[in-house]
Structure formats: C-alpha cells, structure tokens
Design a protein around this ligand. Structure first.
Ligand SMILES: C[S@@+](CC[C@H](N)C(=O)[O-])C[C@H]1O[C@@H](n2cnc3c(N)ncnc32)[C@H](O)[C@@H]1O
Length: 288
C-alpha cells in the first residue's frame, strides 16, 4: 500500500522512538530529508504526496541500522561542522559540536598572523584543519593522522571543501615529530583521543561504532597530551601557540603539563555547557 510522506515520517519516528533511539523525531526528519529530500517545510506543505516505494525501502533499512545503534551521521555519510560538510563513515570520528571551541580559537589565532603555518595533530576527518584553512585562506595547514581509514576521509574532505592549503600527512604522532624542523609552526592544534581506556566500554552504544583509536587516551586519558607536548613543543616558532581540546575534567591536568614544558599565557575556554573545553599556551624560545 502506498504511503504519503507524512505517514512515512510518523511511522519511522514511532519505530525509532519505540526502539530507544534518542531524539527520534530529529533523526526521522534527517532521514526523510536524506532519502526523500523532504525537510520540515516540505513535510508541512507536501506531506500528502505519495512516497516513492524504492526510497521508502532504502529509508526503512537505514532506520533498522539506526535502531541497532549505528550513528545517524554514518548512515547519512556526511555531517556539517562549522558550515562545512565532511564525509564520515565507519573508521573516522564524527566531528562534534564541542570541537567548535578549539576550531574557533585556532581560526582566531590563524587570522592574527600573516601566512601562518599550522599543524593539526590527530586530524581525523580534518574538521579542525579544513575549517581553519578555509577561514585563514593564506594559511598553510598540515593535517597529521595515523589511521588509514581516517586519512582517506581526510583526503576526500579536502577535495569536497576545495581546501587545497591543507596537506595531509600520514604519521604516528608519538613517533614522527622529527619529520619536522624545530621552529616550523605558528600553531599546533590537536583534539587527541582523551577518554580513559576503562571508560570506553561504558559509553553510549553509538560511540561503540566509532573507532576506538579515536577515543582511547590511555589509562588516565592524558597519554596524548603528555606525549604531544613533550615531543612537539620545540616544533613551534617562538611566540607560537599550542592548543588542545580537552575532556570535561582534564583542564587542570593539561594546564600542568603545559607548565612543565615552560609554556606561558596558559589559558582555557568554556564550551556551551560550561565545561573547560580548550587549553592553550604560548611557547617562547629561550635564547642560549
Ligand atoms: C578525538 S579524534 C579527533 C579527530 C578530529 N581532529 C576531530 O576533532 O574531529 C582523534 C584522532 O586521533 C587519531 N589518532 C589516534 N592515535 C594516533 C596516533 N598515534 N597518531 C596520529 N593520530 C592518531 C585517531 O585516528 C583520530 O582520528
């Protein structure tokens, strides 16, 4: 029996809701838009139109995946971060709203410098690197990532956004600092994995579909902050900035790590929920 667009929307919303999908109405709407091009306005104005059977079948199998916990973003295959679209799928972390704080701070700093040289460590989809490169158009941004899967998405996202001032770099952040000369960068920005290892299995089921490598910050969650600060601080120019996204309760610990390596002007910024979400510091080379 043919259904109208409104009937399909209500059916999918109910199905998602009954199967414990949070914000089922929003997810159902996103799926309607993706498979039928039917946003809220079209549903209101043209909800009585018949739904195409083929699209309905595709929508229904997508809804089944969503009920199993597959993140909506992976099903749709694209997600927007700060006005730019990014391809996402299994193997790459979905860009989060929380990361806008670090990306905004990185953009501000990049815009304050002429032809800034920037490296985004643990770049994933390239959310931060590409946003900064598109904002500060005369910047030169290196996007370093170890996961082959993530790196493939990163390269596709550079193409998608025509962000040709981003250069992808395949490397392990804990091993490849020596590939760059000391004093190379005005800004090192990173949103590294920062969840405590033992916490990962307890997180919501959607997160279990995301790569563990993108989440696991070691026993205390601080592994990458220690290693990156120690191995990379000399790669900054004098007056350069190291900027991290941090987990909800990690600000004080990360500030201490920066202090240990002689960073000055150490500061933090809050996210919209009131958590201290970024930590940054300035590096000044001591002349010998
Ligand atoms: C929390 S995600 C951040 C991704 C992206 N920067 C963002 O903000 O959406 C951390 C990223 O670090 C990468 N990663 C994990 N271990 C790494 C390593 N040893 N070297 C380089 N990248 C690594 C993961 O593959 C993942 O893409």
């Amino acid at each position: 029996m043919t259904m109208t667009l409104s009937q399909v929307y209500r059916k999918i919303e109910t199905l998602l809701n009954e199967n414990g999908v949070p914000d089922a109405d929003i997810d159902a709407l996103c799926l309607m838009e993706h498979f039928f091009g039917a946003d809220r306005t079209k549903l209101i104005l043209h909800g009585n139109e018949n739904a195409d059977e083929n699209s309905y079948q595709k929508l229904f199998s997508a809804a089944e995946k969503r009920m199993q916990g597959v993140p909506l973003q992976y099903i749709i295959g694209k997600w927007n971060f700060m006005g730019y679209d990014f391809y996402v799928g299994q193997g790459v972390l979905i860009p989060r709203d929380d990361t806008e704080i670090a990306a905004e701070e990185a953009c501000e700093f990049a815009l304050s410098i002429d032809r800034p040289k920037i490296i985004d460590l643990c770049s994933g989809s390239g959310a931060i690197a590409i946003t900064v490169a598109k904002t500060a158009v005369n910047s030169e941004v290196t996007a370093l990532e170890y996961s082959e899967n993530a790196l493939n998405y990163l390269k596709k996202n550079i193409e998608l956004n025509h962000a040709y001032n981003v250069v992808p770099f395949a490397g392990d952040v804990t091993k490849c600092a020596d590939s760059f000369k000391d004093g190379s960068f005005d800004l090192i920005v990173s949103n590294p994995p920062y969840i405590r290892s033992e916490q990962i299995d307890t997180l919501q089921r959607e997160l279990q579909f995301e790569p563990r490598m993108a989440l696991d910050g070691g026993k205390d969650g601080l592994f990458f902050y220690r290693v990156i600060t120690e191995m990379w601080y000399k790669k900054l120019k004098s007056g350069g900035k190291l900027l991290y996204e941090v987990g909800e309760d990690q600000c004080d610990d990360v500030c201490k790590i920066l202090e240990k390596y002689g960073f000055e002007n150490i500061s933090f910024r809050h996210d919209l929920h009131g958590y201290k979400r970024t930590v940054s510091g300035s590096f000044f080379k001591v002349e010998s």
